[in-house]
Design a protein around this ligand. Structure first.
Ligand SMILES: [Mn+2]
Length: 331
C-alpha cells in the first residue's frame, strides 16, 4: 500500500454513484491532468462524473486530454447545487481561494476529499491525503491507482504524464526523484507521448507572448549580494500583454529561476491598478514560500505567489523588496 488513505477513499467512491470533481482556480496542467485522469478512472468504475472549475476558462495547453471539453467552467460555488452529488473530490488545491474564485468562507455540504502535494496546504476535507514530496498530484494518483488495482490505459497515462511534465518544468525541477522518472517511464510504456506533451506545454508559444517577455526582461534587475533577480511590470505595460494566456506564470517560470549566482527570482505584475501579483521561483533549495507567507500568500518552496492590493505600483514594489531582502541571505 502506497498510502493508507487509499482504501478509505476507494471505500467512499464505491458507495457513491454521482461524483463531482473540481479543477482549481486558474488550473494548470497538473490540476487539469490529475482531475481528468480521475474522471476516466471513475467512469470506468461506472460512476457518473462531472468536472467543474471556478475560472472562466482553462488553459488550452492541455486541450488534447480526453475529457477536456467536458470541464464546466465559470462555476459560482455559492450558487452551485451540490445536492445532485454524493461525493466531492478536489485535487491540487492547497487553499480555499484556489478552490473557489472569491474571498468568502465556503464549505460544500457534501463529503469532501482533498488530495494535494503543496508544501503549505491548508484546505480541509473529510479525508485529506497530502504528500508534499510528490512532484505533482499526478504522481500521487499513479500510486493511488496502484493501491486500487487499476489498470491504466493510454488516455489515463497521458493525463498523469501531463501532470508530472507540467509540475516539473519538463522533469527539470529539483523535486524530480528517481521514482518520478520510473513513473514517467511506465506512463510512456503505456503509450503516453512525452514529446507531444512537452511541445504542447512548453513549446507552443504565441508569438505576441515573446514580445511581452522582452518587456519583462528589460525591467529585470539583480541583487548580487543577496542572490536574486526580479522584474516589476506596471499596469500600463501589463495591459498590452494581459490578454495573453498565462503570460504572468510563464514569465516567472521561464526567467525567475535561471540566473547564475542566484537562489531565486520573482516577477511582480500589476494586473489592475493597485493590484499586484508576485510569482516566485526557486533555483536552489531556497524556500520562497517563507517570503510569500509573510506577504499573505503561499505555495511551494520552489514556486510560490502572493498578491498586494491597495498600494500604488511603486509602494507595492518597495514593500515586496523589503520583505524579500529580509529573507534572502547575504552571500
Ligand atoms: Mn500541482
Amino acid at each position: 500500500m502506497n498510502y493508507e488513505e487509499s482504501i478509505l477513499i476507494l471505500d467512499k467512491i464505491k458507495k457513491a454513484n454521482t461524483i463531482l470533481l473540481n479543477c482549481h482556480r486558474g488550473a494548470d496542467p497538473d490540476g487539469i491532468g490529475s482531475t481528468l485522469s480521475l474522471k476516466l478512472v471513475l467512469e470506468d468504475m461506472g460512476k457518473k462524473v462531472d468536472v467543474i472549475c471556478p475560472s472562466k476558462k482553462v488553459t488550452r495547453q492541455v486541450d488534447y486530454l480526453k475529457g477536456y471539453q467536458d470541464i464546466k467552467v465559470g462555476i459560482d460555488f455559492e450558487k452551485f447545487d451540490f445536492s445532485e452529488y454524493e461525493l466531492f473530490i478536489t485535487l491540487d488545491t492547497p487553499n480555499l481561494s484556489l478552490l473557489i474564485d472569491k474571498d468568502i468562507f465556503f464549505k460544500a455540504d457534501i463529503f469532501t476529499i482533498v488530495i494535494d502535494h503543496h508544501f503549505i496546504s491548508t484546505l480541509t476535507g473529510d479525508i485529506k491525503l497530502l504528500d508534499s514530496k510528490a512532484t505533482s498530484v499526478g504522481e500521487i494518483l499513479f500510486d493511488i491507482y496502484k493501491d486500487w488495482g487499476i489498470l491504466l490505459d493510454k488516455k489515463i497515462a497521458e493525463c498523469l504524464l501531463t501532470s508530472i511534465i507540467g509540475d516539473t518544468g519538463a522533469l527539470a525541477y529539483p523535486n524530480v526523484t528517481s521514482k518520478t522518472l520510473l513513473i514517467v517511464s511506465k506512463l510512456m510504456e503505456l503509450g503516453a507521448d512525452k514529446n507531444m506533451v512537452v511541445n504542447k506545454i512548453y513549446r507552443s508559444e504565441n508569438f505576441d507572448i515573446l514580445k511581452f517577455y522582452s518587456k519583462v526582461l528589460s525591467r529585470m534587475e539583480i541583487d548580487k549580494e543577496r542572490r536574486f533577480v526580479w522584474s516589476f511590470v506596471p499596469y500600463e505595460v501589463y495591459k498590452t500583454g494581459g490578454d495573453l494566456e498565462d503570460v504572468k506564470a510563464k514569465s516567472s517560470s521561464l526567467f525567475a529561476p535561471i540566473v547564475k549566482g542566484t537562489d531565486f527570482g520573482f516577477i511582480g505584475v500589476e494586473e489592475r491598478p493597485k493590484y499586484m501579483t508576485i510569482s516566485f521561483r526557486g533555483r536552489t533549495d531556497f524556500d520562497t514560500s517563507a517570503i510569500t507567507k509573510e506577504l499573505g500568500g503561499g505555495g511551494h518552496k520552489i514556486a510560490s505567489a502572493a498578491k498586494i492590493e491597495g498600494l500604488s505600483f511603486e509602494k507595492a514594489s518597495e514593500k515586496v523588496l523589503d520583505v524579500v531582502r529580509k529573507y534572502a541571505k547575504k552571500s
